[in-house]
Design a protein around this ligand. Structure first.
Ligand code: BES
Ligand code: MN
Ligand code: ZN
Length: 500
C-alpha cells in the first residue's frame, strides 16, 4: 500500500474516493459538513432519511456527489462522538480499507485523521491509521495454490492533515506506521506458518536473513552443543523430546552509541507445543503452532527497529524449540539444572515455556541490560483471567511496568498488570529440587511469572503473557502481530524521554 499525507479541502480532491466520518446520531464530521455544504445539503438530506445513523462501523457509499471532484464519497459511522477513542479509530480505519478494497476504489483521500481524540495529535492518528489499514488488508495465502485476489485493489491512501505545518511530522508518522506494520506482518507470517515449516531452524534462518538485510543488525545462532557448554540444562530438557534441533537466536541491533545499555527482548519460540509427555488434549492442538508468537514479535520488533534506524541498542533473544514426546523426552519428576545453577523439578512437561525462558533470561544478563522484557504465550490461565484484550504484565521494577502500561495505552496494544507478590512464590516449592516448574491451579499466570522472577534478579525485568492476545481462534483464526506495536511504542517513548 502506498501512503501519503496532504492538506486540502475534501470537495477539491480529484480521486476515486473521499472517506469522511459521521457520528451517532447523524452528526456530520467537519469534512462531511464541507462536502454537504458544497453539495447543497445532499449528504444531510440522505442522512435525514435514515441512510446512515453513524453507528460505529456503518458504511454508506455515495456516487457523484454534486460539486465534488471525487468519484465516490464514503460515509463511515464513528459511533458517539464523546466515545470516539483509540479502539474506534482503529476500527473505522480498518473498515475503510476493507470496504474500499472490495469495491474498485483504488485511491482514497481519508479524512478520518481529522477526527478529534483526547490527547492524540495528528502524527499519532496517521501512524495508527497506517497500521490499521495494513492490518485490515493482511491475509495469509502463501500456502494456498489458488489465491483469492481483488480485481481492482485499493492501492493508495492519502490522509488528510489540517495544514501544511503538520506535514513533516505526519510524513515521519507514515514511516513509523509502515515500519510497525511491517514488523507486525513479519510476526504474523512467522506465526501463521505451520509447525512443519516454521521449525526452530526456520526461525533461525529468518533471523539470519534479517541480519543480511540490515547492516547494523548482527544475528548469531547458538546450537545445542553451544547450549550444553553454557549449561542450559533447563532449555535442553525441553528440546530432548524432539528431533528438530533447538536454536538460541540472538539479534543485536546497534543504533545507539557503544556505552548505551541495550534494551533486551526475550521471546518464547516453541514452534509446536504438544505438551510433551504431559500431552495436551487433542482439541485445538493445532493452535499450539502459535506457541512461538513471543519469538515472532521479537523478530518483528527487531526488524522495525532496524527499518526505523532507531538511535538505541536493542537485543532480541529467542530460545526456539519444539515440545514433543519422543523417546528421550523429559518425564514428569525429572530434575534438571538450569544455567543459573538452580535445580528444577519438572512436574509437568507442558509447562515448558518457563523452562526455555529461564535459561534465555540468565543468558540475557551478559548484555548488562538497561531492562529485559520477555514475551511469551505462557499460560492458558492468562486467557481465563484477561481474555483477548490486554496482555498480562508482571515484573520486578515499577517504573518499567508503568512505561509498558503507558505504551500500551498510546499504541492501543494494551497490557494489564497482575500482582507478582511474594505471597505466590511458595506455590513453587519442591520437595526434591530448588523449585518446581508448576505452582498448582491457582493463579497460574502469576506463578509462571514467579518462576521467571527467580532468574531475573540481576536486572530490571518485565514479563508479558500474550497467550490471549497473540492470535485469534475460531473462524478468523490467525496471528495478530501483537505486541509489536506495544514494544515499538515503548522504544519510541524511551527515545523521546532520553532525548536521543
Ligand atoms: N503454550 C502453553 C500456554 C497456552 C495454552 C497458550 C493455551 C495459549 C493457549 C504453555 O506451554 C502451557 O502449556 N502452559 C500450561 C501450564 C500448566 C501446565 C501449568 C497451561 O497453561 O495449561
Ligand atoms: Mn505447554
Ligand atoms: Zn507452551
Amino acid at each position: 500500500m502506498e501512503f501519503s499525507v496532504k492538506s486540502g479541502s475534501p470537495e477539491k480532491q480529484r480521486i476515486s474516493c473521499v472517506a469522511v466520518g459521521v457520528f451517532e446520531s447523524r452528526k456530520l464530521s467537519h469534512s462531511a459538513q464541507i462536502l454537504d455544504e458544497a453539495s447543497d445539503g445532499y449528504i444531510a438530506n440522505l442522512i435525514r432519511r435514515g441512510e446512515c445513523e453513524g453507528k460505529l462501523g456503518q458504511t454508506l457509499l455515495l456516487h457523484n456527489v454534486p460539486n465534488t471532484l471525487c468519484d465516490r464519497v464514503l460515509l463511515i459511522g464513528c459511533g458517539r462522538e464523546k466515545n470516539f477513542d483509540t479502539g474506534s479509530f482503529q476500527k473505522t480505519n480498518n473498515m475503510v480499507a476493507k470496504f474500499l478494497d472490495e469495491r474498485g476504489a483504488t485511491e482514497v483521500f481519508s479524512c478520518l485523521t481529522e477526527l478529534p481524540i483526547k490527547s492524540r495529535d495528528i502524527a499519532w492518528k496517521v501512524s495508527q491509521a497506517v497500521q490499521a489499514t495494513e492490518d485490515a488488508l493482511y491475509s495469509f495465502d502463501q500456502l494456498k495454490t489458488v489465491k483469492e485476489s481483488t480485481r481492482r485493489p485499493l492501492r493508495k491512501i492519502i490522509f488528510s492533515v489540517p495544514s501544511r505545518r503538520e506535514l513533516p511530522d505526519s510524513e515521519q508518522a507514515v514511516r513509523n506506521g509502515m515500519a510497525i506494520a511491517s514488523g507486525m506482518t513479519l510476526a504474523k507470517d512467522l506465526a501463521n506458518l505451520p509447525g512443519n515449516i516454521c521449525t526452530p531452524s526456520y526461525l533461525a534462518e529468518q533471523a539470519k536473513a534479517l541480519g543480511k538485510t540490515y547492516r547494523d543488525l548482527k544475528v548469531e545462532i547458538l546450537e545445542e552443543s553451544d547450549m550444553e557448554e553454557l549449561k542450559m540444562g533447563s532449555f535442553l530438557s525441553v528440546s530432548r523430546g524432539s528431533r528438530q534441533p533447538a536454536k538460541l537466536i540472538t539479534m543485536e541491533y546497534a543504533g545507539g552509541d557503544k556505552n548505551q545499555k541495550p534494551i533486551v527482548f526475550v521471546g518464547k519460540g516453541v514452534t509446536f507445543d504438544s505438551g510433551g509427555i504431559s500431552l495436551k488434549p487433542g482439541a485445538a492442538m493445532d493452535e499450539m503452532k502459535y506457541d512461538m508468537c513471543g519469538a515472532a514479535s521479537v523478530i518483528g520488533v527487531m526488524s522495525t527497529c532496524a527499518e526505523l534506524q532507531l538511535p538505541i541498542n536493542v537485543v532480541g533473544i529467542v530460545p526456539a524449540t519444539e515440545n514433543l514426546p519422543d523417546g528421550l523426552a523429559t518425564k514428569p519428576g525429572d530434575i534438571v539444572t538450569s544455567m543459573s545453577g538452580t535445580t528444577i523439578e519438572i512436574l509437568n512437561t507442558d509447562a515448558e515455556g518457563r523452562l526455555i525462558l529461564c535459561d534465555a533470561l540468565t543468558y540475557a544478563g551478559k548484555y548488562d541490560p538497561h531492562v529485559v522484557i520477555d514475551i511469551a504465550t505462557l499460560t492458558g490461565a492468562c486467557i481465563i483471567a484477561l481474555g483477548n484484550h490486554p496482555s498480562g504484565l508482571m515484573g520486578n521494577h515499577n517504573p518499567l511496568i508503568n512505561d509498558l502500561l503507558n505504551a500500551g495505552k498510546i499504541s492501543g496494544d494494551r497490557c494489564w498488570e497482575l500482582p507478582l507478590w511474594d505471597d505466590y512464590q511458595q506455590q513453587l516449592d519442591s520437595n526434591f529440587a530448588d523449585i518446581a516448574n508448576i505452582g498448582g491451579k491457582e493463579a497460574g499466570t502469576i506463578t509462571a511469572a514467579c518462576f521467571l522472577s527467580r532468574f531475573t534478579k540481576k536486572y530490571h525485568w518485565s514479563h508479558l503473557d500474550i497467550a490471549g492476545t497473540a492470535w485469534r481462534s475460531g473462524k478468523q483464526k490467525g496471528a495478530t502481530g501483537r505486541p509489536v506495536p506495544l514494544l515499538t511504542q515503548y522504544l519510541l517513548n524511551y527515545i523521546a524521554e532520553q532525548k536521543l
